[in-house]
Design a protein around this ligand. Sequence first.
Ligand code: PEP
Length: 251
Amino acid sequence: MRKNIVAGNWKMNLNYSEAKQLMLKLLEYKKNNKTNCEVWIAPPSLYLTTAKDTFDNGEIGVFSQDISEFRSGAYTGETSVEMISSIGINGSLVSHSERRQFHGETDSQANVKIKNLLDKNLTPIYCNGENLEQRKSGKYLDVVKNQTETALFNLSADEIQKVVIAYEPVWAIGTGETASADQAQEVHAFIRNLIAEKYEKEVADEISILYGGSVKPDNAKEIFSKPDVDGGLIGGAALKIEDFSKIIEGF
Ligand code: PEP
């Protein structure tokens, strides 16, 4: 049965001492509360080792925010799958919309990154979603279909079941504008159906599909109540323990 997951993407926020404080608060929260979902965080890569050491009982998953498509070598500034694997990181976000927007990342590159992660038994959190213009033109399902097919559909059934998908409409990320629970459900069901048609229903049913885009304490519960929404990828609201914990309690 697929997992419910609440994952926090810290993006390029917090200095070291703020990050450490937030990790300790999260650890304390997790120790004192039984949660009905997995809790994962993706801190800046500089703090991955600290996160791994802080959460050494493995109760909180630690993810990188990006990963190189190259295995090793002369790629200044990049972090390889081998590196995160060697320090016990659980996986990585792949093709977050900010990587697409500011670094021109494509779904073909996402596909390479996803395969590299799976080769090392790490979990990819593959992000996709349409922009505002594509939503307004009514073409958003075509966009999500193309993205999903290019990034995922040359994986085997066994491999694709290990991928977590985060549907994140770009127009809802960091804007305060959230997709309604019904809008999220429509696209999540569409993605699951695409996978069921290409593979098997049983395969599609194993895949956790998270929603991302201005999830807050006051809308999390309703969004998570939808049958094809298996949790959230949370940006801004993951930076305050008060907000992040309330979102976790949406399950
Ligand atoms: C994100 O960065 O993946 C995200 C969903 O951000 P926010 O929650 O701030 O919209």
